[in-house]
Design a protein around this ligand. Structure first.
Ligand code: BGC
Length: 727
């Protein structure tokens, strides 16, 4: 039996909006549109990179938005030309990639996701917005909502990882935060971009409608419901159709089904790139396809400004489509108050305020994930420690990718911060993450004789992750693993801190240290946060937002996969144990790798603490639920260790039998729970049955009746299952 979740609410809202009298903004838009020539309309649809040199285009009404200019004086100069010198005085929209902070750099978005703390993420986005707006920026190309299941893809740094629910919650938090700070957001990249084949950036994807609806769409929909003002198309082609030319995506889904009335912008020249895709014959053709698919604004292909007028005259694009696009652009400008207040106060630039630095530090603290600890951490304050490794004092690198406006001389490195807490001997060992020379390692080894413990800071330089920076091997680069093993060979306690843009394959390094703390590039205040964690002034609470692999060859590997018909049994024979001349079917024929087994190195949601936690008394309020019910999930969480600490409790479900196979687990709720040492709390998660809905075999969004399992645990691989039924 199927219980349908009504979809008509969106249609109803659209219908009502259609019937209601036009509000003031819509009337103003109509008024302005009525005065615009086709050339001026097309000018609004043009987004260009640069600053003051665009003054002339602005005065002619040939540019609607600029990006990559953050100098208030230059911004005001362009704005003045648009408002005072152009015929209609329509202000310019200033955009920028404010991805994880503006001046104060917060941890990478993947690190922010590791906090499982949407409230803190919202606060960070509000601060980033405040700083960016004070420089004249009005729109950020963030949040990136791409589901990332393959750490070879360098852009995993920019999103919230592999889980649709966590992604949606974090995306919503960012949109709300930006809005609070007066900055419009742009959800990107619509859609499926993170599923690039082989993890190689820009590569094709092959996602079915059901996969899009169940996995890739939800975060976009939630962000739009939270008020995201704009959306960016993605570079990839899905099943042969580049997103920038995909009418089904940009019109049927986005406008007609979801009722989005914001602005759609291309990615950088993604309209022009449809020529290289083999989907458009030339820039004019690409323009025709993009505009007719539903794109409103062209980022940097120059196709719209060059060809739309001709295409309208030839009848290949209807002027009504252009009017709709311009309406979407003007609506945004009105909503942002640009017509009333187009200029930025050149004397009021806001950067590095105490609350910004505090929030950035708190985010870095909560985002660090303790992957291993055999008692090495925390280190007792005041001891003599050797600090080594190429990331110990790399202020630029620790800001990570997309830190255009961050300034390395404002960054606190671990070396700076550790000096306040320890007697520090510093010997870098390697000068950058790809450094292969071993001379420095010998020096570090020699210096270790004077130290009681060693902290090794390794990872990736900022350039190794982010856009176009894919990797096929995910081991630590250069001689970093050699540095770690040289430190292990001293016999001193060794703690390793990894600062990287993605989950690296660090299994061999784990064997050579007593403790490992994983910090996705932590930003401006990363050093202070890490120093506090290392000395025990703070206790780690971050959890992995992506599965950590043993080898890059396991990718894509993610916790919420389908089961297959031959799931592994956990008793599979590995390469070294296979007898010579083994019979073809003697290994059992299940789904695993002969060389790396089945499981990952660390599952999704994993992270240790200096304390320990015990889950008990998991109960449900009923055993059978109907469509309108809410499942009340209760459990006790005890802090069984010696530190006051925070645990991220996670609720997962499995729909055992579906009209299409369902994932083995899906995250449905999580919460950060802080407990004093020895304290127990009773916790309740509420889960409406409606949230068990999915796009089924008939492409209906429904909850299918039947048996479900439910877990509450500290990561996606633990916990005892409880069963319940939906009737
Ligand atoms: C990226 C986008 C970014 C845009 C503007 C593109 O290359 O894919 O994510 O927002 O550039 O800088």
């Amino acid at each position: 039996m199927k219980i349908s979740i009504p979809l008509f609410s969106v249609f109803l809202a659209a219908l009502l909006a259609g019937c209601s009298p036009k509000d003031d903004t819509e009337k103003k838009i109509d008024g302005l549109l009525g005065k615009m020539t086709l050339h001026e309309k097309v000018g609004q649809m043009n987004q260009l990179s640069g600053g003051e040199w665009l003054v002339e285009s602005a005065a002619k009404g040939e540019v609607g938005s600029i990006l990559n200019c953050v100098d208030p004086k230059e911004i005001n100069a362009v704005q003045r030309a648009a408002v005072e010198d152009s015929r209609l005085g329509i202000p310019i929209l200033v955009s920028r990639d404010v991805i994880h902070g503006f001046r104060t750099m917060f941890p990478l978005p993947i690190g922010q996701a590791a906090t499982f703390d949407p409230e803190l993420v919202r606060k960070g986005a509000a601060i980033a917005a405040r700083e960016a707006v004070s420089s004249g920026v009005k729109l950020t190309f963030s949040p990136m909502l791409d589901i990332a299941r393959d750490p070879r893809w360098g852009r995993v740094a920019e999103g919230s990882g592999e889980d649709p629910y966590l992604d949606a919650i974090m995306g919503e938090a960012m949109v709300k935060g930006y809005k609070e700070g007066g900055l419009a957001s742009c959800v990107k990249h619509f859609v499926g971009y993170g599923a690039a084949e082989g993890g190689r950036d820009y590569n094709s994807t092959l996602l079915t409608e059901r996969a899009l609806r169940n996995v890739y769409f939800p975060a976009f929909k939630k962000a739009i419901n939270a008020g995201a003002e704009t959306l960016m198309t993605s570079f990839n082609d899905n099943d042969g159709i580049p997103s920038t030319g995909n009418k089904w995506l940009l019109t049927d889904i986005l406008r007609d089904e979801w009722g989005f009335d914001g602005m759609v912008v291309t990615d950088w020249n993604s309209s022009g790139e449809m020529i290289a895709h083999g989907f458009a014959s030339d820039l004019k053709h690409a323009t025709e396809i993009s505009v007719n698919a539903g794109v409103d604004m062209d980022m940097m292909s120059y196709g719209f400004i060059s060809f739309i007028e001709e295409l309208v005259k030839e009848g290949k694009i209807k002027e009504s489509r252009i009017d709709d696009a311009v309406r979407n652009i003007l609506r945004l400008k009105f909503r942002l108050g640009l017509f009333d207040n187009p200029y930025v106060d050149e004397t009021a630039v806001d950067a590095y305020a105490p609350d910004a630095l505090e929030a950035a530090k708190q985010t870095a603290l909560e985002s660090a994930i303790l992957l291993k600890n055999d008692g090495v951490l925390p280190l007792k304050k005041g001891r003599t420690i050797l600090v080594t490794g190429p990331l110990a004092d790399a202020p630029y690198e620790q800001m990570g990718t997309w830190a255009f406006d961050g300034e390395a001389d404002h960054t606190v490195t671990p070396l700076d911060a550790l000096k306040d807490k320890f007697n520090v001997i510093y010997e870098p060992g390697l000068s950058y993450s790809r450094d292969n020379s071993t001379a420095g390692i010998l020096k570090a080894r020699a210096a270790s004789s004077r130290a009681e413990a060693i902290v090794v800071f390794v990872g990736e330089e900022a350039i190794l992750s982010g856009e176009a920076h894919s990797l096929s091997s995910l081991n630590l680069q250069g001689a970093q693993s050699e540095l770690i093993s040289a430190m292990a060979s001293t016999g001193k306690p060794v703690a390793v801190v990894v600062m990287a843009g993605r989950p690296l394959t660090i299994e061999r390094d784990l064997e050579n240290c007593g403790a490992m703390l994983y910090s996705f590039h932590p930003g401006t205040m990363g050093g202070e946060a890490l120093a506090e964690l290392l000395c025990g002034e703070a206790v780690p609470s971050g959890k992995t937002p992506m599965t950590f692999l043993r080898t890059a060859g396991q990718a894509p590997m993610y916790y919420n996969h389908n089961n297959t018909g031959r799931p592994n049994t956990g008793t599979e024979t590995l390469l070294e144990d296979i007898p010579i001349a083994a019979g073809q079917t003697s290994l059992g024929c299940t789904s695993y790798y002969l060389d790396s087994g089945y499981g990952p190195l660390f599952p999704f949601g994993y992270g240790l603490s200096y304390s320990s936690f015990e889950y008990s008394n998991l109960t449900l309020d009923k055993s059978k639920y109907s469509a309108g019910d809410t499942i009340m999930v209760g459990f006790d969480l005890e802090n069984t260790g010696e530190y006051d600490a925070t645990e991220v409790a996670q609720l997962y479900v499995r729909d055992l039998v579906g009209s299409v196979a369902r994932p083995v687990k899906e995250l449905k709720r999580f919460g950060r729970i802080t407990l004093k040492a020895g304290e127990t709390k009773h916790v309740t998660f509420e889960l409406p049955v409606s949230e068990l809905a999915f796009w089924n075999a008939d492409m209906e969004f429904t909850v299918e009746a039947g048996e479900f399992q439910l877990w509450v645990a500290g990561n996606s691989a633990e916990g005892e299952a409880l069963s319940f039924n939906v009737i």
